[in-house]
Design a protein around this ligand. Structure first.
Ligand code: ARG
Length: 465
């Protein structure tokens, strides 16, 4: 076993000089990966218990190591642990401290493993828990979306395409669109768990080990589903990192699209919603200002999530198998994306709890832009048996007429409408009623009030299951 004296690295028996100070300083990942201390201790305990069970180490050495590791856990918890950047990373730091506590027997801990599989084990354990944490954050967010929908089933607003008034919708239907997006995010994070359930521990540096280890035992102990199949792939694989960073990126896109929409709707030009004072900030010079900074912050942060994903993709591209120092950056990227998506979802919930829907203004805007034109064309198809293309043309002429007369569609009188097509009947005027228009979209997934009520029930049930 290598002696681990004083402040020397474990490889000091081979490498005679201290690593250059600048590389020690910059190349150390301790400030980042100390976040993995719990997982590292857990992984090491499972490993030495397996070594003992397989008669590779004695009971007394195993007990000594486990005792030392538990002591280190308490030291870190109580902030009594000295994190020395010289020790490169959390794995070396813990091993070093174990030597200080129990002496030479600490050297048995690293039998039949490498830092390569150790890091991966810690990282997968951490990502497993963190992925579940994000799923919980998503659930909480989805519950608030439902509350907003419930309060706004009858709130009519313009639905937009190209940011031009398209067809009237219910605000509840709009906000429930985000239930679907966050539902897919949840599924994506859940799917990632499958790869995270494969245990890397025991593949050692890259080729496996000549010791008679039991990988199924550590798999069970660490609550993985199965050991990984190929030692070289295991060390080289960061697909699970990409999956996480991608899932965070997609979820960020959803948050960002929502933010952009709310920024527009909160603008003085639209005024469809009003943000509560809790989620705006002021200007240093313009006393009247209430700026939607939190929304802009969320939209901006999305770039950071993409950046992390692209960094990892780029690190992996062209990297030969198996371990290279390049890979060390994976943790910083993941921790950063995790923190970001977690606080982004929390900020999003604050926004969802602190805004007012300007129902009157929504209705007013929905009354402009000839928004019931499609309903008018549909009426001609249903009631007059016109082919849709003909109905479209007649409707376009009616819209042109309204535009010329500077009237809304519902302000045209029947005589004016009849100048376009003699066959039109008086009950055509009902078509312009926005409530009717919204409620007529009864096709599955459409904006009718009944559909929305059914969907809310379905989402509630799914969230409580
Ligand atoms: N801190 C390193 C990382 O996270 C540990 C892996 C060290 N392995 C090695 N062969 N140098 O990537």
């Amino acid at each position: 076993m290598s002696k681990n004296k004083n402040n020397k690295p474990v490889w000091s028996s081979r490498i005679n000089k201290d690593t250059s100070y600048i590389f020690q300083k910059v190349g150390s990942s301790l400030r980042i990966d100390k976040r993995l201390f719990k997982e590292d201790l857990r992984g090491s305990i499972a490993h030495v218990e397996m070594l003992y069970k397989q008669k590779i180490i004695s009971l007394s050495i195993k007990n000594k190591i486990v005792w030392g590791l538990n002591k280190i856990f308490n030291e870190i918890k109580r902030k009594k642990f000295f994190f020395n950047e010289k020790n490169e990373d959390i794995h070396m730091s813990i091993e070093k401290r174990l030597f200080e506590i129990i002496g030479e027997d600490a050297g048995y801990m690293h039998t039949a493993r490498s830092r390569n599989d150790q890091v991966l084990t810690d990282f997968k354990l951490w990502l497993r828990d963190s992925t579940k944490e994000i799923i919980k954050e998503l659930n909480l967010t989805m519950k608030i979306i439902i509350k907003n929908a419930e309060k706004n089933i009858n709130t009519i607003m313009p639905g937009f395409t190209h940011l031009k008034n398209a067809q009237p919708i219910s605000f509840a239907h709009y906000i429930l669109a985000y239930m679907e997006m966050f539902g897919r995010d949840k599924k994506r994070f859940k799917n990632n768990l499958e790869n995270l359930m494969e245990n890397p521990l025991g593949v050692a540096a890259l080729s496996g080990t000549s010791f008679n280890i039991d990988r199924n035992y550590t798999t069970k102990k660490l609550k993985f589903n199965k050991p990984t199949n190929n030692s070289i792939d295991t060390i080289s694989d960061r697909d699970f990192v990409l999956d996480f960073l991608y899932s965070v990126s997609v979820c960020s896109i959803h948050i960002s699209r929502f933010s952009e929409e709310f920024i527009i709707w909160n603008s003085d030009a639209f005024k469809l919603i009003t943000l509560n004072d809790k989620i705006v900030t002021g200007s240093s010079i313009m006393p009247q200002k209430k700026n939607p900074d939190p929304l802009e912050f969320l939209r901006g942060k999305t770039g950071n999530a993409f950046g992390n994903l692209f960094s990892m993709l780029t690190i992996l591209k062209g990297l030969p198998l198996s371990y290279f120092k390049d890979l060390q950056d994976d943790k910083e990227l993941v921790f950063n994306s995790f923190d970001q998506i977690k606080y982004s979802l929390q900020i999003l919930r604050e926004i969802l709890k602190n805004f007012v829907v300007n129902k009157k203004r929504m209705l007013e805007l929905a009354e402009s832009g000839y928004i019931t034109s499609t309903d008018l064309a549909d009426y001609m198809v249903k009631e007059m048996n016109y082919p849709f293309r003909k109905a479209y043309q007649v409707t376009a002429k009616i819209v042109n007429l309204a535009e010329k007369k500077n009237k809304r569609l519902d302000e045209l009188n029947f005589e004016e409408i009849r100048t376009i097509d003699r066959k039109l009947d008086k009950d055509i005027l009902n078509v312009f009623d926005l409530k009717n228009a919204v409620n007529s979209k009864k096709s599955y997934g459409g904006t009718s009030f009944e559909n929305i009520k059914k969907m809310i029930k379905k989402y509630k049930k799914e969230l409580n299951d």
